[in-house]
Design a protein around this ligand. Structure first.
Ligand code: NAD
Length: 259
């Protein structure tokens, strides 16, 4: 039986590359995105999340093998917290019952190298408390302060990694045979980083500050898709609760003492 997958953020970049790779494997894919997708839904809103869940149930007929939660923003605005963390959780939790019907159910989520590059403690506490309104209000405060606004993205991704590790081992996930893993991309050539990588000074800065001994400072989205697809496939027999950094060695270079 062909595997059935849902890919959020499937209209662009890493999500699009992942959807294409899964289709090349002969698998069925339903994309979800705010535009150009099988399921057009805004994952920052309650209505969008409910529509997404209903459409996944309808399109899949009630059985899902893997969900790839890739939709995200990197801009210093509250919606980044809304989609990267709360939208990600909604897109995963709302399809858990469908995953239970699979022989090899998998959840794969995009975190980021930004997850360990500094975060705002108060915003992190608000996010991890699960109070979305409070977290969005705190993100709005940060967004209004140019000195602190950039912490929004890293904090949202730090929270994503914390969610993966805290939840993967729980009875409702590991106990039900559902693996949950993340991939932490470095700098990837997608619309998200287009402006940054078009700036020669920024490229030089990245080359001098990111210790990437392998394939330069920026990657193609397909290189990340292959890591995501492995973690979301039945070939992943025993890995759960992990975030695999797909960053050309940047993470190992930056924090070699971490074991
Ligand atoms: P991208 O901008 O090409 O794709 C992101 C997709 O998410 C877009 O299609 C967008 O429409 C969708 N999206 C955004 N807000 C949404 C919402 N509210 N509801 C539904 N869909 C929404 O970016 P990408 O580089 O492919 O990023 C994919 C994921 O990888 C993101 O979570 C991003 O944070 C993460 N990531 C990217 C990089 C990078 O360098 N590009 C690095 C680390 C992590």
């Amino acid at each position: 039986m062909t595997r059935v997958n849902v890919v959020t953020g499937g209209a662009s970049g890493i999500g699009k590359a992942t959807a294409e790779m899964l289709r090349e494997r002969g698998e069925t894919v339903y994309t979800a995105d705010i535009h150009n997708a099988d399921i057009v839904a805004d994952l920052t809103t309650t209505e969008g999340r409910e529509f997404y869940a209903a459409e996944v149930a309808r399109l899949t007929g009630g059985k899902l093998d893997a969900v790839y939660a890739i939709a995200g923003l990197a801009t210093p605005v509250p919606a980044t917290v809304g989609v990267n963390y709360f939208g990600m959780i909604a897109s995963v939790e709302s399809v858990r019952d469908l995953l239970l019907q699979s022989d090899s159910p998998r959840v794969v989520i995009t975190s980021s190298v930004a997850s360990y590059m500094g975060h705002d403690d108060a915003l992190l506490d608000a996010i991890l408390s699960g109070d979305e309104d409070k977290a969005l209000a705190m993100a709005a405060e940060l967004a209004a302060d140019p000195a602190r606004a950039n912490a929004i993205y890293g904090t949202s991704k730090h929270a994503v990694t914390r969610w993966i590790r805290a939840n993967a081992v729980k009875p409702e996930w590991a106990g039900a045979g559902i693996a949950i893993n993340g991939v932490g991309p470095g700098v990837i050539r997608t619309p998200m980083t287009e402006d940054m990588l078009a700036d020669p000074d920024m490229l030089k800065y990245l080359e001098s500050t990111i210790p990437s001994p392998f394939n330069g400072p920026a990657a193609e989205p397909e290189w990340i898709a292959s890591a995501l697809v492995f973690l979301g496939s039945p070939e992943n027999m025993f890995i759960t609760g992990q975030v695999l950094f797909a960053d050309g060695g940047a993470e190992a270079g930056i924090r070699p003492e971490l074991v």
